[in-house]
Ligand binder design. Structure first.
Ligand code: BMA
Length: 326
């Protein structure tokens, strides 16, 4: 393999071989959607969620919109990464700062192992959307601390290791509403509380990624750069349409884009991506990877309603990005 994932072996990650009739670089699971909207008695929809491997099992933080249409975060676990047991109660964060302890809403979580624990980031209300940060050692207790940025911001995605001695995060400054713009920025912090060294990473371009873009899963470290899967939005006469793209960022200076796909790698085409509470959305929030085989399982939300799974190989995806780079 020319392109290698740097990390752990994960031989039990969910996997289906590419069907012979599929020519695309990313292919969908036959089990989709793997988490249905009514997996909990109280859920209106379960989507845009983050899973990780931990202790030979899989754990996750799930976006559950309940039947009041409150946006909540729930933990869950799975033996195989496909069948999930999601906690009926939302996560109750342990938070010493009264100013932050009043949870109003939380959505689109990402989870990332850094050094000795899992960190989660999510879109957190603080006088508008911004980036909430918490950590857990065990998926039992979650400790929330300061929001990373001023409102308004979304799609805060941590890098899985320090860069230049600092924690590093991608984010997407936005507005209070259904933002019609959005570039991906990069920031660093010595302590995950004070953030600076802000750098521009990528702007929207044309076609499927012409309106706005946002980081998706935790970037995947490879020998040639950080593999970043992201979402891109086009405004059609029917509203926003969310597709999936990928880029390779420089390892030491991740704000430098080495390659970036012109064509999307997945767009809403299946019924569960086109029909739901928000039609025409594929929204990636996490991946599981296996160093030995180069397999990548991508978890994404379908139509803001369900959780779906797709697959690719690191080498095939990076070749595709390079060959079709803009
Ligand atoms: C974004 C977020 C996502 C959602 C997407 C499409 O602004 O709210 O959670 O998937 O819109 O509705």
């Amino acid at each position: 393999m020319k392109v290698k994932i740097i990390g752990k072996s994960q031989s039990n990650l969910p996997w289906e071989d590419k069907p012979r009739d599929i020519l695309d670089v990313v292919w969908r699971s036959k089990l989709n959607p793997i988490v249905k909207r009514d997996a909990l008695p109280t859920s209106n929809s379960i989507f845009n969620s983050a899973v990780v491997s931990f202790k030979n099992h899989f754990f996750g933080v799930f976006r559950v919109d309940d039947k009041y249409r409150r946006m909540r975060l729930h933990k869950g676990s799975s033996l195989d990464g496909c069948h999930w047991k999601i906690d009926e109660n939302p996560i109750s964060f342990i938070c010493e700062e009264p100013e932050l302890a009043n949870f109003v809403y939380g959505y689109d979580p990402r989870v990332c192992w850094i050094e000795d624990r899992f960190y989660m980031t999510w879109c957190n209300w603080y006088h508008g959307p911004t980036i909430g940060v918490a950590y857990t050692y065990d998926f039992e207790e979650f400790f929330q601390f300061e929001n990373a940025f001023l409102p308004y911001n979304r799609n805060g995605v941590l890098f899985p290791k320090k860069i230049g001695g600092n924690f590093a995060m991608l984010s997407r400054p936005s507005d209070q509403g259904h933002t019609r713009f959005g570039d991906i920025f990069y920031s660093e912090s010595p302590d995950l509380i004070f953030w600076g060294k802000h750098r521009h990473v990528m702007a929207p371009t044309s076609g499927w990624q012409s309106t706005k873009i946002g980081a998706g899963p935790t970037p995947i470290e490879t020998n040639i750069g950080w593999l970043l899967i992201y979402h891109g939005v086009i405004t059609s006469c029917n509203g926003f349409l969310y597709s999936m793209g990928a880029a390779v960022l420089d390892l030491e200076k991740p704000w430098k884009v080495k390659y970036r796909t012109g064509p999307y790698i997945l767009s809403p085409q299946k019924i569960y991506e086109c029909v739901g509470d928000v039609p025409n959305v594929v929204f990636p929030c996490s991946t599981l990877t296996d160093v030995t085989t180069g397999r990548i399982a991508i978890y994404y939300g379908g139509a803001d309603t369900t959780i779906c799974l797709a697959f690719t190989y690191v080498e095939e995806l990076v070749d595709f990005i390079k060959m079709n780079s803009i």
